[in-house]
Design a protein around this ligand. Sequence first.
Ligand SMILES: C[S@@+](CC[C@H](N)C(=O)[O-])C[C@H]1O[C@@H](n2cnc3c(N)ncnc32)[C@H](O)[C@@H]1O
Length: 225
Amino acid sequence: MTVENQFTKYAKDYDDHNIIQRIVSKALVREIEGKPQKILELGCGSGQIIRQIDWEFDSYKAIDFSRSMCELHPKNKKIVVKCFDFDSLEFQEDIKDERYDLIISSSAMQWSKNIKELLANILPKTKQFRGVLFTSDTFKEIYEITKKEKSILSLQEIKEAFSSYNATFEVFEYKLHFENKKELFDYIKNSGVGGESKLDFKEAKNLYKNYNYDFLSFEVVFVTI
Ligand SMILES: C[S@@+](CC[C@H](N)C(=O)[O-])C[C@H]1O[C@@H](n2cnc3c(N)ncnc32)[C@H](O)[C@@H]1O
């Protein structure tokens, strides 16, 4: 399943299974400097970030490649939602002549297929960047069992991509505890953080049998420019 399909399939359940995304998006919004007037958000989902922005702004453009997520996102005269892949030429073309006071992205850019190009496209257009990305150490105990290739960027790849932009990084690890295995595995399925690494029936059964932790671990990096 592609990342896009995964979010489309679970778009309705997503808001019940996104505790970590909610925590990090709140922290991200708290770190914004001033009251930016022209804002671009990448991977907006159902609107976690916009719901926390409590000042008047001139314009807010929110991008997401999942149509279902775009439908859920709040819209009005000042908030435009566009269904774009942030790695695409169409998106580059769309923002070509625009300038922003803030570009923000929460829990989305770790899936970029070409983060260096994405950064070269967006960063010269903004005064302020605030991003939080999951790293490939998210669900690390699971990958130790499945040995599957990780579908999201590692901390090193993220730091390397931002290396020419004078960025500062803050890394946090979270552990989310569950009462039982079913709840834990339901969370993975519905949270949308698992990415596209799909297990066949035998692999999934093996993982269920051998996953002996009562928690899931997440690693995120906050990037400030
Ligand atoms: C974990 S959700 C986070 C949503 C929201 N920012 C939040 O904090 O709740 C990641 C979002 O990024 C979107 N996304 C992932 N890769 C994308 C891409 N290449 N282009 C546009 N959106 C993307 C997904 O569709 C999904 O809505």
